[in-house]
Design a protein around this ligand. Structure first.
Ligand SMILES: [Mg+2]
Length: 258
């Protein structure tokens, strides 16, 4: 189901209390089943001509360039060397990622995601975008099997900045260009699963709704006081209520939902 954003803009450009909802991908919308990790390892192996094992390297909520830099700098490569080889590594990564996605049995959609996207995209007061550490081609590949790309006409990606904390401003600016209207920060909401999703939202002064469907324990997420913390995105009504809760109506951060 594709939402007609163009007509939306014309009719609702002055609508207040609308929402710009920025979705993370891995472990928020999909179980990634390690496809990105395996493809990245194999791509780095090929480009740097050595066995690189990223097992155990924490990747949750990080950008693809950040992950590569962390792994390679720890192995003694210089930043300049990494930067010069990353474009080749990413090209190979994309080829390998497609193959990994095809063969991974556990690569699937989280319950409730499709229903939530359908509900949100049918509303005239919601605009959807991506905010993910994946480079854009990788992000789009991961959404393809579930036909989710049409819900997201724009996004901010790991190829925009290696620092995830910079991504909200990219998403904000890009949304204003794409939809032809201004968005107040109160209208922005990040939906994610990791510590970095929370830090990203808090760093930019916007709200976040966190689903504990990733690798980060719920208790760890709770310690950072996300605005909302759910076990999953399955209860569509509850998630939409959280998306539209105004700041003044909300309980003390995280108090009620955790
Ligand atoms: Mg994630």
């Amino acid at each position: 189901m594709h939402y007609n954003f163009t007509s939306h803009c014309k009719h609702n450009s002055k609508l207040m209390n609308s929402r710009l909802i920025l979705f993370d991908i891995d472990e928020t919308m999909i179980y990634s089943d390690g496809v990105g990790r395996r493809a990245m390892e194999a791509a780095l192996n090929r480009v740097f001509e050595r066995k690189i094992d990223a097992t155990g390297h924490p990747m949750s909520g990080k950008t693809d360039p950040q992950i590569c830099h962390e792994i390679l700098l720890a192995l003694g490569y210089s930043k300049e060397e990494v930067d010069s080889k990353l474009p080749d590594a990413f090209n190979i990564y994309i080829e390998l990622l497609e193959a990994e996605i095809c063969k991974a049995n556990g690569f699937r959609l989280h319950n409730g995601v499709k229903e939530l996207l359908q509900e949100l995209s049918a509303r005239t007061d919601c605009h959807l975008g991506l905010l993910t550490g994946n480079i854009e081609k990788g992000a789009r590949l991961k959404l393809t099997p579930f036909e989710l790309n049409s819900y997201f006409v724009f996004g901010a990606f790991g190829c925009d900045s290696a620092d995830r904390l910079h991504l909200p401003q990219f998403a904000h600016r890009r949304a204003e260009e794409v939809f032809g209207r201004k968005f107040e920060k109160d209208e922005l909401v990040i939906i994610g699963d990791a510590v970095n999703d929370i830090l990203c939202a808090q760093g930019y002064g916007i709200r976040c709704i966190i689903t504990a469907t990733g690798r980060t324990p719920k208790e760890t997420l709770a310690e950072l006081n996300p605005d909302y913390l759910f076990d999953s995105l399955e209860n569509t009504g509850e998630i939409i209520d959280a998306i539209f809760a105004s700041r003044s109506q909300e309980p003390k951060i995280g108090a009620k939902q955790i």
